[in-house]
Write a protein that binds this ligand. Sequence first.
Ligand code: SF4
Ligand code: SF4
Length: 291
Amino acid sequence: MDTNLKIAVLSGKGGTGKTLVASNLAKIANRAVYLDCDVEEPNGHLFLKGPVLEAFDVDLPMPEVNLDLCDYCRKCVDFCAFNALALISGRVKVFDKICHSCGGCKVICPQNAIEEYNKNIGKIERRHYDNVDVYTGILNPGEESGTSIIKKMMTTIPSGYETAIIDSPPGSACIVMDSIEDADYCVLVAEPTTFGAHNLRMVHELTKVFNKPCGAVLNKTNGEEDPSRIYCMDNNVPILLDIPWRKDISDYIAEGSLVVEKDKELSESFAALLERISQEVQNEKNTYTQR
Ligand code: SF4
Ligand code: SF4
């Protein structure tokens, strides 16, 4: 993805305000692309609305055993590191839900008995909202992993955008890593609770593994003791923005509105947030080129 500024927005669990932050950041940016990588429950398009302009299927190659050629030597079963193959009642069975489509069994089969077919696991939809191209990854119900959908989004989005906002899946599993690998900066969204601080720690640890600069947005703050704020202060995580708990903000979200279009103060806060991140990334790039 050839974009000046790539910002991943993460949270340790769903419902923290990740999409609130990601969709409003995209709206405030120039020539932006929004990538909804929360493929099991994408909802950015509920805020960045528009008809589906294009849809692309995401297929994976799956092994299929030609029983006329197979001599049941077991080599493919022993080879598969994911235990996606088993010899049952004299036939090789493929467990497609856990197959990683690595193609290894096809290569190793001495009888050339393994062929491949394309299995559809989901799709990517494209919409357009004002200044934002909106890409939504959607994993079919029952599928185990949306990693391929995220990889396809990251590699096939056209260039020419000034800012890319990546709405990562919640949590800190492998699929989240795929969504932040290419990011210049990670925004960690957290709620002001002990559980929120625990989730914040999880995603913060992930950014350290990838050596990504990061900062926190504290959502639903109410002026009371905030374990997430304490975590940030104890661990040198800059607090980029407080979004207060307010009924009008909850109402805007419930009606599917972007808060930057409803509230001048929040619009200015999001603009300042984007400017700060942009400046930090630029400083980081300058430091890197001077080395
Ligand atoms: S390696 Fe080929 S021949 Fe051997 S069990 Fe597997 S599919 Fe059959
Ligand atoms: S393609 Fe790879 S993961 Fe899938 S069954 Fe074959 S060896 Fe296992």
